[in-house]
Design a binder for this molecule. Structure first.
Ligand SMILES: *Cc1c(COP(=O)(O)O)cnc(C)c1O
Length: 415
C-alpha cells in the first residue's frame, strides 16, 4: 500500500511539476516541535526544519496563535497603506541589531536582490574613483556562497553549476575565493561598491569564515568606502548562538539580509540597512506582498519568543552538546572527518562523497538530515531541541553510519 502511495506521488510530480527535485518516497503531512510525520504515519526527528526555517519547531502554539489571530483580522493590504505589524517589526529589528532601517520582502533571494539594488544606488550617489556613467556597481561575493536563485542573486552566488544553464548572467558580479582577504583586495577596483558574503556559508556545507578574515573585510570596506552586505538568511534569528552571527565576529554590516526562520516558517524576507546605506527614495523599489500583516505579526511573535526564552543560548548549548557527541562518534567511524559550524547550524564533514547514503540510512531509521553537499551532512533543527532529542538523533546517526560501514574509496583516508 505504501508503495502504491509513493508511486502516486511520483506519478503526479512527473505529470504536473517542473522537473527539479529528486525526493524521497514519502510526503510529510504533520509536525509538532522537532518531530514530523509522513503520510503513512511514520515519525521522524526533523533536523532539516524546512531548511533552517523553523526556529520554534512545527505547530508551536505561539506561531499558530499569531497566524490565526492575524488571519482573522487582516492578511494583506499592499504597501500603499500603513500596517501596524510591519512598523512594529521594523522597530523590533532596529532595537535588536546594529541596523537602523528595514524593508520587507518574501524570501531570501528577494532580500538579497534588494540589498544589491541598494548597494548599486549607493554607488551611483557615492561615485568614489569611478569614471563610468553608472558610478560604482560591482559586487564582490564568494565562491561557494549562496544568495538565492533570481538572476542577480544567482550571479552573486559563486556556483557555476547554478549559473551556466541561464547565461548570460547580469554583469557587475565577481566571485572570489572564500575566506581569502587577498582575493578580495585583488578583485577590488574603481567600480566596486560592495562586498557580499555569509559569515558561515550554509549551502556550501557549513563553512565559517575566520575571525581575522571578518575583521579584515570590515577594515577593507571602511578604507575603500565599500558597503559590507552580510547575508544572515540562514545564520540569523538565534540559530548560531546569538541573535545574529555577526555579533560573534565583532563586526557590523552596512546591509544585512534575513529570511528563512524569521517568521517561523511563514514566507518573509528582510533587508536591513544602516542610515548611511539607506539611500532609496520613494518609488525606486517595492513589493506587493512584502511586509504584509500576516508575515510581520508572526515574525514579531517568533522573535519575542526567541528572546524571552533565551533560545540563542539554548542553541549554543545544544549545539555544543550535539557537536561533542558527534565528534565522539568519530572514534568509531573514520567516515566522519570533522564537525563544523556554530550553535544549531552544524555540518558533519565526511571523508568521501557519502552524505546521501548516510542521510538515506538515517531517514529509514527516523531522522531527517540534509546531505547539503556530497561530503557534508547539514543539521539545522529547531532551537527548542532538547537533550533527549539530541541523544536520540545521535543514536540514529550512529546506526546509520554503522549501516553504511566503511565504504571503499574514501579519498582522505588514503588506503
Ligand atoms: C536560503 C538562502 C538564501 C535564499 O533564500 P530563498 O528564500 O530560498 O530565496 C539566500 N542566502 C542564504 C545564505 C540562504 O541560506
Amino acid at each position: 500500500m505504501i508503495e502504491q502511495k509513493t508511486d502516486q506521488l511520483h506519478a503526479l510530480e512527473q505529470r504536473y511539476m517542473l522537473n527539479l527535485f529528486a525526493r524521497p518516497p514519502m510526503a510529510l503531512v504533520r509536525g509538532e516541535g522537532v518531530k514530523v510525520w509522513d503520510d503513512s504515519g511514520r515519525m521522524y526527528l526533523d533536523f532539516v526544519g524546512g531548511i533552517a526555517c523553523s526556529p520554534l519547531g512545527h505547530a508551536h502554539p505561539v506561531v499558530v496563535k499569531a497566524i490565526s489571530e492575524q488571519a482573522a483580522k487582516l492578511i494583506q493590504v499592499s504597501n500603499l497603506y500603513f500596517n501596524e505589524p510591519q512598523l512594529e517589526l521594523a522597530e523590533w529589528l532596529a532595537k535588536h541589531s546594529s541596523m537602523q532601517r528595514a524593508f520587507f520582502v518574501n524570501s531570501g533571494a528577494e532580500a538579497n536582490e534588494t540589498a544589491i539594488k541598494l548597494a548599486r544606488k549607493y554607488g551611483k550617489q557615492n561615485r568614489g574613483k569611478s569614471t563610468g556613467e553608472d558610478g560604482r556597481y560591482e559586487i564582490i561575493s564568494m565562491l561557494g556562497g549562496f544568495h538565492g536563485r533570481t538572476l542577480a542573486t544567482v550571479a552573486a552566488t559563486g556556483k557555476p553549476h547554478y549559473q551556466k544553464p541561464f547565461s548570460p548572467m547580469p554583469p557587475g558580479f565577481i566571485n572570489v575565493a572564500f575566506n581569502d582577504i587577498e582575493a578580495v583586495k585583488q578583485a577590488t577596483n574603481e567600480r566596486t561598491v560592495a562586498i557580499m558574503l555569509e559569515l558561515i556559508q550554509g549551502e556550501a556545507g557549513i563553512n565559517p569564515v575566520s575571525q581575522e578574515y571578518a575583521k579584515a573585510i570590515r577594515a577593507w570596506c571602511d578604507e575603500n568606502d565599500l558597503l559590507l552586505i552580510i547575508d544572515e538568511v540562514q545564520t540569523g534569528v538565534g540559530r548560531t548562538g546569538t541573535l545574529w552571527v555577526y555579533e560573534q565576529y565583532g563586526i557590523q554590516p552596512d546591509i544585512m539580509t534575513l529570511a528563512k526562520g524569521l517568521a517561523g516558517g511563514v514566507p518573509i524576507g528582510a533587508t536591513l540597512a544602516t542610515d548611511k546605506a539607506a539611500v532609496f527614495v520613494p518609488g525606486e523599489h517595492g513589493s506587493t506582498f512584502g511586509g504584509n500583516p500576516l508575515a510581520c505579526a508572526t515574525a514579531i511573535a517568533v522573535l519575542n519568543t526567541i528572546v524571552e526564552q533565551n533560545l540563542p543560548q539554548q542553541a549554543m548549548r545544544l549545539g555544543g552538546y550535539l557537536t561533542r557527541k558527534i565528534e565522539a562518534l568519530r572514534e568509531k567511524y573514520p567516515l566522519i572527518k570533522e564537525v563544523r559550524g556554530k550553535g544549531l547550524m552544524i555540518g558533519v564533514g565526511l571523508n568521501g562523497d557519502h552524505s546521501a547514503k548516510v542521510a538515506s540510512e538515517a531517514m529509514e531509521r527516523g531522522l531527517l538530515i540534509n546531505p547539503v553537499n556530497p561530503s557534508t551532512l547539514r543539521m539545522v533543527p529547531a532551537l527548542i531541541l532538547t537533550e533527549a532529542e539530541a541523544d536520540q538523533a545521535v543514536e540514529i546517526l550512529d546506526q546509520a553510519l554503522a549501516a553504511v560501514g566503511t565504504p571503499e574509496a574514501t579519498p582522505s583516508n588514503g588506503h
